[in-house]
Design a binder for this molecule. Structure first.
Ligand code: ATP
Ligand code: MG
Length: 435
């Protein structure tokens, strides 16, 4: 049997409503905060990520899906969304004068070990606020996220972790201090961290190794290297969060896995609902990414939500958000024979013309009436419109109200009425427009 690529999952028809329901909530929220969608290609030139995300990051070193195209140009499947969005904004002059409030939703690819909450193809919703360096942008994004958790009913479980990684100068002197400190404990570091000591020392803070984590407790802290301006900025964010009633945990080991960040960084975690992969949303400020693309400085802040992980969490939670599958069918057409089916389609067209919100299903096969009604019951339609030979001759239909009998799933209690073709639409309109 042919199978999908490891770590790349199908979303099957019975589950798709969950994705669509979440996407519609996200779309509404982003619209109401006045963000606009941008769609960029899934493939980019490799350089976009080498420069954007950083050469010495896990993403670029180990996770990127990379290949040469037929012309021998190095291209890759996007591992994240921000670098491509910035590439597009520069290319089309979007950030030349104005601020841009953008969002994207799409699949990302990373060659990682597949496990719960970690795939090789996954979906991210990302938001980028470009062209403003006020800390109020950070606040707007955090408020928007917090509103989303409320709407999804996971507000009490979502924990916000924040940190500041300072400006470039601060990080430079901090890195030097870190390297000096960890050199003393070189043999105690895990092998990844030993390597990072020369390539990307800040990432040692991100290590999942317990021994390495313990070493951090006595390591120099970035906050002691920050300038007053940087400290003020971080304090202002904390103050605003306090004022807005958004709880947070200051986490000095939070550094994020992409090189482009400066100053404020954050993650939202759902520790109670998810296992090891419990970060559902992450982001921060990145004022110098455009300079990596040889463009002028454009201050920016953004975040991305892992949609697959968020859905996993919503499934685990007792939240009401995914408890009710939306109704798939209001009116079920049970038409016996092709001639009756054509008639059914004609009636359905008239109904849709007047009541486009009504959901219908028309059986096309050669099923018996009994089986058709069984199916109409399974998909929980309100009404069945039945057209058999008799009805065709008399130019009528049977309209049957369907209801699952509480005591036996087999027996249907119903009211049935015979109605002329020409009166069906009025009859249905009375039911649904009045409702
Ligand atoms: P992690 O520490 O889990 O690897 P990350 O720092 O690599 O996360 P980001 O690049 O910040 O993740 O991506 C933002 C969000 O996208 C993550 O918080 C997570 O929810 C989701 N995400 C990242 N990688 C994957 C993956 N391989 N599979 C599923 N979701 C992912
Ligand atoms: Mg990762």
């Amino acid at each position: 049997m042919m199978k999908s690529i490891r770590g790349m999952n199908d979303v099957l028809p019975d589950d798709i409503w969950k994705w669509q329901k979440l996407e519609s909530v996200l779309l509404k929220l982003l619209n109401s905060f006045n963000y606009k969608e941008i769609r960029t290609p899934i493939l980019e030139k490799t350089d976009v990520f080498v420069r954007g995300v950083g050469e010495n990051t896990d993403i670029v070193e180990k996770e990127i899906y990379l290949f040469d195209d037929r012309n021998g140009e190095s291209i890759c499947l996007r591992p994240e969304g921000t670098a491509g969005v910035i590439r597009a904004c520069i290319e089309h002059g979007l950030v030349a004068q104005h601020t841009c409030k953008l969002w994207y939703l799409g699949n990302m690819f990373r060659y990682e070990r597949p496990q719960k909450g970690r795939q090789r193809q996954f979906y991210q919703l990302g938001v980028e606020y470009l062209g403003e360096n006020s800390y109020i942008c950070e606040i707007e994004l955090l408020v928007m996220q917090s509103r989303l958790w409320k709407e999804l009913d996971i507000c009490s479980q979502a924990k916000l972790h924040i940190n500041s990684i300072g400006g470039n100068e601060t990080r430079k002197s901090y890195k030097e201090a870190l390297v000096r400190y960890y050199h003393n404990y070189f043999d105690e570091l895990d092998s990844d961290s030993q390597r990072r000591l020369t390539t990307n020392p800040l990432r040692i803070l991100d290590s999942k190794n317990a021994k390495t984590q313990a070493l951090f407790e006595r390591a120099p802290k970035l906050i002691d290297f920050m300038s007053n301006i940087e400290l003020d900025r971080f304090d202002n964010i904390k103050k605003a969060l306090n004022e807005l009633g958004i709880e947070y945990i200051v986490d000095y080991s939070l550094v994020r896995g992409l090189d482009y960040y400066n100053d404020f960084v954050f993650e939202w975690k759902l520790t109670e609902l998810l296992g090891a992969q419990n970060t559902i949303c992450a982001g921060g400020r990145y004022d110098f990414l455009t300079k990596q693309f040889d463009y002028k400085e454009v201050p920016a802040v953004g975040f991305a939500i892992g949609i697959d992980r968020l859905l996993l969490a919503l499934g685990e939670s007792k939240a009401s958000f995914l408890s009710n599958e939306p109704k798939v069918c209001d009116i079920f057409f049970a038409c016996l024979g092709t001639q009756a089916q054509v008639k059914g389609i004609a009636i359905r067209e008239e109904i849709m013309e007047k009541m486009p919100h009504i959901k219908t299903h028309l059986e096309v096969g050669k099923s018996t009436l009994k089986n058709m009604l069984k199916k109409s019951n399974q998909i929980m339609a309100d009404y069945a419109i039945i057209i058999g030979e008799n009805e065709l001759e008399k130019n009528t239909v049977q309209i049957k109200a369907l209801k699952i009998d509480k005591f036996s799933k087999e027996s249907l209690s119903y009211v049935q009425q015979e109605i002329d073709f020409c009166k069906v639409v009025d009859y249905i309109a009375k039911i649904y427009l009045i409702k």
